[in-house]
Structures are given as structure tokens and as C-alpha cells.
Design a protein around this ligand. Structure first.
Ligand code: DGL
Length: 272
């Protein structure tokens, strides 16, 4: 048993899709979340820049009493497959979104055609395809970068009937329809905030995999396996930190989180 918190980070509000699922699965756990809103987007930056941001995000979470670090960012999770972002870290339990989401997609596909949408850095890295092919070598993987999705989500344009969001979704998803994927990985944790719209365009026959939610399920398994779940208690504490305007972040959090958030929201400064 371990009552320390679960540390979660992303460049912005995307990782809240993981936090939502963590609170559904493990309501008693304390969670410390960092959204690096001052430096979002990560997905259009170079590998070296993303690597140095990730190391600072991890160092910030480790100033809190955390027992596990969840990289709830597809971009950092992809970069960390080839660059050691955890090299100075003392946290033993850690995971990114790529492996759990790839496993979920392989379990879901029937026609062995999997689509992956993500940031430019994620798609360029080929991270999801590599893991998928280790699990199922004969699957066709179709990738597409959707750079406009993150600004749309960060600015609250997430409704199914939101015309600007629909315009970009139609453009980006055309190839997925053409390639007849039956499973689509939302490889950036911001994208599940657009899942009503994405599902409307892709149709009911396509299974959407939320990378953030899959990471939360993986965290539950890892904590149970390591006997590191918290002791039974009523409701865990949720501390949310952002690196830019607290006001804008709070508005987004309220709009995007599905449950009564009851969180402490603060602005923080990262050590560079
Ligand atoms: N939510 C993030 C991801 O999963 C980051 C998006 C960004 O900062 O570009 O990739």
C-alpha cells in the first residue's frame, strides 16, 4: 500500500483525459497534474526541445510526493522511446501512452487496419506503428498528423457541431475513411475531447481508442501489481498546476472534465 500521489503531465489540458479515467478507476488516489500551458504546443517542436521540456516536467512532479509518473502526452511518450527523459528520475513506476494504446488497438481491430492520429512530432516518430508491429506484424497502420486539433481543444472548440473543428476533422480523417480503418487511436491526449465529432465523421463501426484512458487503465494494473495502491479512503485530492494563466486553465478544466472536479488549481514556475 502506498498513499503517495500519482503524478501526471501534459503540455496542456490533454492529459486530463487520463486524469478523468484515473478518478473513475481509482477514486481514492491523490493526483498531482501539470499542464505546461506556457509552452504548449509540444507537438510542433523539435525532439531536443520536447526532451528538455519533459525533463523539467518530471523534475517538477518529483518535488511532490509521487509514487508513479504518467506521461499523459503522446508527443513526449513518442520522444521518450528513443531519448531517456527519465534518466535523472528517481521514480520507479512510470509509463507513457503509446504502449497501452497500441495494445488496446490491437485487441480491438478485426480487419487489421489501424489508424493513428497525433501531433506532427508523434506521427513523424512512427512510435505507435513500431509498437503495433511488435504486437501484430501483419497490421496496416495509417498515420495522420492533425496539428489544428490541439489549438481547437485548448480554446474550447470541441462540440460535435462546431464548424471550424468539423472542417479540420473532415480534412484529417479523409484518409482514415479511404483506408477503411476499423480502429482509430487518438494518439494525442487532447483528441478525446473531440471524440463526439471524430466518431460522427468516422461512423459507429470504428472503435476510438483514447490514449489517455488506456494509460489510466495501465496505471491501475501497474499499481495493483506492485502493491502500491492507496489505502481505501473517500475521495483522493486533485492538485492541478499550469505554467500560464490560471484563469484560462480553470475555465478549460471546468469545460473539459467530466466529473465534479473539486480541485486545487495553481500556477507554477518550472526550473530551467
Ligand atoms: N496532448 C499532447 C499529446 O498528446 C500534446 C499536444 C501538444 O502539445 O502539441 O501529444
Amino acid at each position: 500500500m502506498n498513499n503517495s500521489a500519482i503524478g501526471v503531465f501534459d503540455s496542456g489540458v490533454g492529459g486530463l483525459t487520463c486524469v478523468d479515467e484515473l478518478r473513475k478507476l481509482m477514486p481514492g488516489e491523490n493526483i498531482v497534474y501539470l499542464g505546461d500551458t506556457a509552452r504548449i504546443p509540444y507537438g510542433t517542436k523539435s525532439k531536443d526541445t520536447i526532451y528538455s521540456y519533459a525533463k523539467q516536467d518530471i523534475a517538477f512532479l518529483e518535488q511532490h510526493d509521487v509514487k508513479m509518473i504518467l506521461v499523459a502526452c503522446g508527443t513526449v511518450s513518442s520522444v521518450m522511446m528513443s531519448m531517456p527523459v527519465f534518466e535523472d528520475s528517481r521514480t520507479e513506476l512510470k509509463s507513457g501512452v503509446v504502449v497501452p494504446a497500441a495494445h488496446a488497438a490491437c485487441a480491438a481491430t478485426k480487419n487489421k487496419r489501424i489508424g493513428v492520429i497525433g501531433t506532427s512530432a508523434t506521427i513523424k516518430s512512427g512510435s505507435y506503428g513500431k509498437v503495433i508491429h511488435e504486437i501484430m506484424p501483419d497490421v496496416k497502420v495509417v498515420g495522420m498528423a492533425c496539428p489544428m486539433f490541439v489549438p481547437l481543444v485548448e480554446n474550447g472548440y470541441t462540440a460535435k457541431d462546431c464548424e471550424p473543428a468539423r472542417y479540420f476533422a473532415r480534412e484529417y480523417l479523409e484518409i482514415m475513411k479511404k483506408e477503411q480503418v476499423d480502429t482509430l487511436i487518438l494518439g494525442c491526449t487532447h483528441y478525446p475531447h473531440l471524440s463526439a465529432l471524430i466518431s460522427d465523421i468516422m461512423g459507429d463501426g470504428v472503435t476510438l481508442i483514447s490514449s489517455g484512458a488506456e494509460l489510466a487503465k495501465h496505471a491501475l494494473k501497474t499499481l495493483s501489481y506492485n502493491d502500491a495502491l492507496c489505502s481505501p479512503q473517500q475521495q483522493g485530492k486533485l492538485e492541478l498546476y499550469c505554467t500560464d494563466s490560471e484563469e484560462l486553465f480553470s475555465e478549460n478544466v471546468e469545460k473539459l472534465m467530466s466529473r465534479d472536479i473539486n480541485a486545487k488549481i495553481s500556477k507554477c514556475t518550472l526550473k530551467f
